[in-house]
Design a protein around this ligand. Structure first.
Ligand code: NAD
Length: 513
């Protein structure tokens, strides 16, 4: 990692060997046990982070609740100005932060940079939004009355994030939450705690330069037990949680129990439908990047290819050939296409999926396997694999967070393909490859894809920040990022104003005294 300038990057990001994992802004502390962050790239210890205790958490919550009292009345465009400066700061540290993402999480440096770019983009979006937190005006049924709705800040927003997007998911939430007048408490994944500390250091500088109080951006660290401090806490009206469906079900039940709101961004089981009218070259690029990019550890990774029988062999051969050209290795080295999985548990899940698909009658057409030897010392590098399978296999129904792609054959028309595509519990991202307008429109229709994201002639993987991001069914139903996703970070109020000297009741009700 030294060869790739990691030491320098860590210095710029204000990281040291042991880091305080709790912060209320500029004040950093942490009295809990220590998490060691080892890089999946080379197995080396990157740094240590002190986790958050219950007492530390209380300190954070008192700073956050106090800060909210003032922050909610700061004009939204002034809050937007903070976010604008945050975006500029991110532009300055794009390279070191992108490198840290790559080294701590294992995605390619290009994807690490892409993740920071996403943070910058959402800041730009949020700055514009800070002048557009619009409500509607309505016509009252009563004379001399006016009705409108307005959006007010909500309070403390709790953010729980997954390891695979260790910095962008935080920014998707915070950039919007801040312009909406909320304060944020973030618990990053225990697998990528240094990314969390680095991001907190970046925003702390911006808040300091603007003389902002403690409590607007807070960090807590640790495993699910630290997450639970927020999910059970009535002072946190909104918990935005990104991660597995298993986690989302627990978080949703816990937050629901106290009638809080949860915004859930959970697992996917994304498919590309390849019709007889597909452009094969585009299909191969979209499918291969979708399946092996980030070593198959994106929530939008392509897990299933649903291919029409008439083009099945052609597509299969082209994809197998493309897999033959993949270079697997250190993701900081731009010559490699595929980096490591996050840890050896993820490798075990990958091995298990390959065993199970065979046990259920699948046919492996690109062999998997764990790589060993020079450059693969971390034990986290695996070969992207492809299996011919059936949609009803239990393992195919399940999201395996690794580069395992299932090929499924369909006969008949696009309706038959959609049945397979929608025939899983998850509903995040979906795509169709076709030059046939009728097929594309059917896919996008009310009877088409049941996913939150449905693409035509693009793969399933990745999304732009301008649209609302999220999915249905076991993906949790939440939406983040663009469009009107901001509304979940605010509370809506309906206002009726009477400017007469009478007090008429609604629905013409008479109540004479
Ligand atoms: P995970 O569910 O293991 O952990 C995610 C986060 O939840 C971590 O911070 C963890 O500490 C916390 N957590 C776990 N149990 C909790 C509990 N009971 N209470 C409070 N917090 C708890 O997920 P992961 O392995 O880090 O990430 C991979 C998963 O995330 C995949 O399923 C992937 O599809 C999903 N994901 C979804 C999206 C999306 O936008 N839909 C984006 C990224 C990742």
């Amino acid at each position: 990692a030294k060869d790739f300038g990691m030491d320098e990057a860590m210095k710029i990001l204000g990281l040291s060997a042991i880091n305080e994992g709790t912060s209320t802004g500029q004040k950093n502390f942490g009295n809990g046990e220590i998490i060691e962050s080892h890089s999946p790239v080379d197995g080396q210890l990157i740094g240590k982070v002190k986790t958050t205790t219950k007492e530390d958490y209380e300190t954070v919550m008192s700073a956050a609740t106090a800060a909210f009292k003032d922050f909610r009345t700061m004009p939204a465009p002034a809050r937007g100005e903070l976010v604008r400066q945050f975006g500029n700061k991110l532009r300055e540290v794009k390279e070191p932060l992108g490198k840290l993402v790559s080294y701590e999480m294992g995605k390619s440096y290009q994807e690490g940079l892409g993740e920071v770019q996403e943070m910058i983009d959402i800041c730009d979006f949020a700055v514009g939004l800070s002048r557009q937190l619009h409500g509607l005006t309505m016509h009252s049924e009563r004379p001399g009355h006016r009705m409108y709705e307005q959006y007010h800040p909500l309070g403390v927003v709790g953010i729980i994030s997954a390891f695979n997007f260790p910095v962008a998911v935080w920014a998707w939430n915070t950039a919007l939450a801040w312009v909406c007048g909320d304060v944020c408490v973030w618990k990053p994944s225990e697998k990528t705690p240094l990314c969390g500390v680095a991001c907190q250091n970046i925003i702390a500088e911006v808040l300091k330069a603007n003389d902002m109080p403690e409590g607007i951006s807070c960090l807590i660290n640790g495993d699910y037990k630290v997450g639970e401090m927020m999910t059970t806490d009535k002072r946190v009206p909104l918990v935005s949680a990104t991660g597995s469906t298993r986690m989302g079900k627990i978080v949703s039940a816990t937050v629901g129990e106290r009638l809080g709101t949860s915004l859930l961004e959970l697992g996917g089981n994304n498919a590309i439908i390849v019709t007889p009218d597909a452009d094969i070259k585009m299909t191969v690029i979209g499918a291969v990047f979708g399946a092996v990019g980030t070593a198959g550890q994106r929530c939008t990774s392509t897990r299933r290819l649903i291919i029409h029988e008439s083009v099945y062999d052609t597509v299969k051969d082209a994809i197998v050939k493309a897999y033959g050209q993949l270079r697997i290795g250190n993701p900081l080295d731009e010559n490699n296409h595929v980096g490591p999985l996050i840890d050896t548990d993820a490798v075990a899940n990958y091995n298990n999926a390959l065993e199970r698909v065979v046990a259920e009658g699948g046919n492996i057409i690109v062999e998997g396997g764990v790589l060993t030897g020079e450059g693969y010392e971390s034990g986290c590098y695996v070969k992207p694999a492809i299996a011919e399978a059936s949609n009803q296999f239990e393992i195919v129904q399940h999201e395996t967070f690794a580069p395992v792609l299932y090929l499924l054959k369909y006969t008949g028309d696009v309706i038959d393909a959609l049945e397979l595509q929608n025939g899983v519990a998850q509903g995040l991202s979906s795509a169709i490859m076709t030059n046939n307008l009728r097929e594309a429109e059917r896919f996008l229709s009310a009877a088409g894809s049941d996913c939150g994201i449905a693409n035509v002639n693009i793969g399933t993987s990745g999304a732009e920040i301008g649209g609302a991001f999220g999915g249905e069914k076991d993906t949790g139903g939440g939406r983040e990022s663009g469009s009107d996703a901001w509304k979940v970070y605010m509370r809506r109020q309906t206002n009726t104003i009477n400017y007469t000297t009478e007090l008429p009741l609604a629905q013409g009700i008479k109540f004479d005294l």
